[in-house]
Design a protein around this ligand. Structure first.
Ligand SMILES: Cc1cc2nc3c(=O)[nH]c(=O)nc-3n(C[C@H](O)[C@H](O)[C@H](O)COP(=O)(O)OP(=O)(O)OC[C@H]3O[C@@H](n4cnc5c(N)ncnc54)[C@H](O)[C@@H]3O)c2cc1C
Length: 716
């Protein structure tokens, strides 16, 4: 660091040290000001200009040095100089002080920060060059961060000091007026009754309301900016257009129709989306058949000497389709039309924030004008660009349902929920299944013992689970398909007949107008939304898999409520999507369900917690059912019965967890679960026993020792 910088740093450090060592902060309190108000007032009357100058300099110093006290000084300024003079003096003093702090930060730190983080700051600097003035204005108007932080951080960016000065002065002006006005009222407090004077009450109400009003103003300005370049129709054909008729789109349209909005839902493929056609429904139907086979194989365990199953895989897959067909009417065009939703079958494209063009099956295009749009375009399986993958062919959860011949050797790429559910199914039907996962565990989001139980069962059922195997390339050798994977720096060759790729799903974000409208995506490649599911356009929302962060049918439906209500009634109030209690389940055997935190997340996020584990191997009903395996693990706040999260592994875990989901949602603790009657003998008793174990570990030992003495005494 050069001499000038060192000198300035030493000077600043000395001034700051003096402020705190001599406790100068006590002069920046309302009590001190009130005690000296008469004297300062008298001085001001005698020497108005001198007083103003001294006040001005102190104000500039306080803001330039980022010392606490500017708010009190503003109130005092209002009390001493009145609304007009106070506002003018403070407006200039605060802007000059802020700019000095900005310059100090720039002089001392900018080069160092740019040298170290230049690459990372590039995007920020570009953003500042483009929109910096607007963002600074927003931050000044709605002080989400303390002003001194804004001054220092802006100094590190590429914004020019001149721009910083005038945007700050303009942005802070409204807030300054509100504070100075409140100060003028403080000056009038002479007695306890004065505190309740209407003028003072109104001033403080303004202080409270100002941030809200400022936020509304900013939101309106942002909305205008986003929409400015699009021609707005004089009239709209409909209130809402929903793109996609999967779980998210269907619920959105349902809610819109229920509240009497004119809504059109557009679907380019099949009504019901992934869940009905290629996701939850077919997978659960397949799991049911596979489970039946596994039970038949286990017949001897249940005292039945011989039981065998003769089945045709094609017929199993036909049953899956029959299940889909049976559920199909729930999501059909007829049902939704009956509910009051206009359903169009075609490809939607957002032409403007007010217009959606739909290319219909007959090749014609219909243009729909709309006040709001909800994007519910879902996701699709991700096929990794592994060399040779096209040569060997790859099935995904989209088309695995077309198989009618059981693969002899199935290679499942991916150890997440979809890969695990399907790997177990195909193994149970008789495929030789190899499951390859790059990470050290299956179902990596769950706690290690969950993965252990699943892997143990998979291996016992004949699935070859290869962990820490990274797929390098595919090859065909003498007509045989091969995966070449890397394991501990060695190449491993895995032969297979059919490849199922289950390595994740990517949101559908291209080809229907998002790029043209400049709607950004997140690093996870989902549509970027705020907490209310609003995109950068105030009338375009997104929900379901396309928005993330979860990829479940129930979260899609949950988000859909927020998207529909905010899109239709957001002018009055917008609701933030509540993700506090999100449950899910993987329907393998053993089933693994979770709500809230697990241990690995609690540790990663440094959240203090206690763990209680109840082993289901001890549960009467589980023993009777031949399903005595798994556990209920509850995380609680240390010393309290408040539930932070629950993981259940075992038979019907996805159903059992519902009790804990309800408990967490409504703040019910373990004591109350323990005090609730559970039917004997059921698997649900496991929930109560887990609560009982927690209670036992928190028994009041000292009190019990006294109670024991009491009983001894009673026995004589
Ligand atoms: C094998 C598998 C098993 C699963 N199991 C479960 C489970 O057990 N439990 C669970 O909760 N979740 C499960 N899921 C996840 C669940 O299926 C999804 O989270 C859910 O379907 C997401 O719904 P969505 O409405 O967001 O998207 P989707 O269901 O994908 O619907 C989006 C719709 O938008 C349409 N669309 C897209 N672009 C356009 C356009 N431009 N114009 C018109 N239409 C368009 C698409 O055709 C599609 O129909 C599973 C998924 C898979 C693949």
């Amino acid at each position: 660091m050069d001499r000038k910088k060192l000198l300035l740093l030493a000077l600043l450090a000395a001034l700051l040290a003096a402020f705190f060592v001599f406790d100068l902060g006590r002069y920046f309190s309302l009590e001190f000001f009130k005690s000296q108000q008469a004297a300062i007032d008298a001085y001001y009357q005698a020497h108005p200009l001198r007083t103003l100058l001294i006040y001005f300099l102190i104000y500039v110093a306080v803001t330039a040095l980022s010392l606490p006290g500017a708010a009190i000084m503003t109130l005092a300024g209002g009390a001493l100089f009145g609304l007009l003079v106070g506002t003018v003096v403070i407006s200039f003093a605060s802007s000059i002080g802020a700019t000095l702090a900005f310059l100090v930060s720039r002089f001392l730190l900018r080069d160092w920060v740019q040298a170290r983080f230049g690459e990372k700051l590039k995007a920020i600097n570009e953003g500042v060059a483009r929109e910096g003035g607007f963002y600074l204005f927003t931050l000044r108007l709605v002080p989400v961060f303390p002003f001194f932080v804004i001054n220092l951080v802006m100094g590190l960016t590429s914004m020019s000091p001149g721009r910083f000065y005038w945007v700050s002065q303009l942005g802070m002006l409204a807030g300054t007026v509100v504070y100075v006005n409140a100060g003028t009222q403080i000056a009038r407090i002479e007695s306890a009754a004065g505190i309740l004077s209407p003028g003072l009450l109104i001033s403080f109400a303004l202080l409270g309301l100002f941030p809200l009003a400022a936020k509304k103003t900013i939101d309106a300005a942002k909305a205008r900016r986003a929409l400015a370049r699009w021609p707005r129709p004089a009239k709209f054909d409909r209130n809402l257009v929903v793109i996609g008729a999967g779980s998210a789109g269907l619920v959105t349209a349902y809610i819109a129709a229920a509240v009497k909005a004119k809504v059109t839902m557009v679907e380019r493929h099949r009504m019901g989306g992934d869940c009905l056609n290629t996701g939850c429904v077919p997978s659960k139907a397949l799991i049911r058949s596979a489970k039946l086979l596994s039970h038949i194989r286990r017949a001897a365990e249940f005292g039945i000497a011989r039981a065998s199953a003769d089945f045709d895989f094609a017929e199993v897959m036909e049953r899956v389709q029959r299940v889909v067909k049976t559920i199909e009417p729930h999501d059909s065009v007829e049902r939704y039309t009956g509910l009051g939703v206009e359903v169009l079958q075609g490809e939607a494209r957002i032409a403007s924030p007010y217009r959606v063009d739909v290319k219909l099956a007959d090749g014609t295009t219909r243009s729909l004008t709309t006040r709001a749009i909800v994007i519910a375009a879902g996701a699709r399986p991700f096929v990794p660009p592994i060399p040779g993958i096209e040569q060997v062919g790859c099935r995904t959860s989209d088309d695995i349902w077309d198989l009618r011949e059981l693969p002899k050797r199935l290679l499942v790429l991916g150890g997440g929920p979809i890969g695990c559910e399907l790997a177990q199914c195909f193994a149970r039907f008789g495929s030789q299944v190899t499951q390859v996962e790059m990470l050290p565990r299956l179902m990596i989001r769950e706690d290690p013992e969950v993965s252990e139980l699943v892997v143990k069962r998979f291996r016992a059922e004949g699935i070859e689970v290869l962990l820490e195997h990274k797929a390098l390339r595919f090859e065909v050798e003498d007509g045989e398909r091969l995966l070449i994977a890397e394991h501990r720096r060695r190449e491993v060759r895995i032969a297979f007949d059919v490849l199922l790729c289950a390595v994740g799903r990517v949101a559908n974000t291209s080809g229907y107008g998002l790029e043209e409208l400049g709607i950004p995506t997140t690093p996870a490649r989902t549509v970027q939304t705020d907490d209310t599911l609003q995109t950068v356009y105030p009338n375009i929302y997104a929900c379901g898999d396309v928005a993330g962060p979860y990829q479940f049918t129930h979260t899609a439906a949950h988000q859909a409520w927020y998207a529909a209500v905010n899109a239709l009634f957001g002018t009055f109030r917008r609701f933030k999507a509540d993700y506090s209690v999100i449950p899910w389940s993987t329907f393998t055997e053993p089933e693994a369900a979770r709500v809230g935190l697990n241990e690995q997340e609690a540790r990663e996020r440094n959240i203090p917690h206690e763990v209680t584990v109840y082993g289901i191997d001890d549960l009467d009903r589980a023993i009777a059912d031949g399903e005595a395996h798994g556990f209920v693990k509850v995380l609680t706040v240390p010393g309290k019965d408040r539930i932070l999260g629950v993981t259940i592994v075992g038979s019907h875990a996805g159903d059992l967890i519902a009790e804990y989901v309800l408990a967490m949602k409504h703040g019910i603790g373990l004591n109350r679960i323990l005090g609730t009657i559970h039917i004997y003998p059921t698997l649900a008793e496991a929930n109560k026993y887990a609560a009982g174990m927690w209670k036992k570990a928190h028994a009041p030992q000292r009190l019990l020792a006294w109670v024991e003495r009491y009983h001894t005494w009673r026995r004589g």
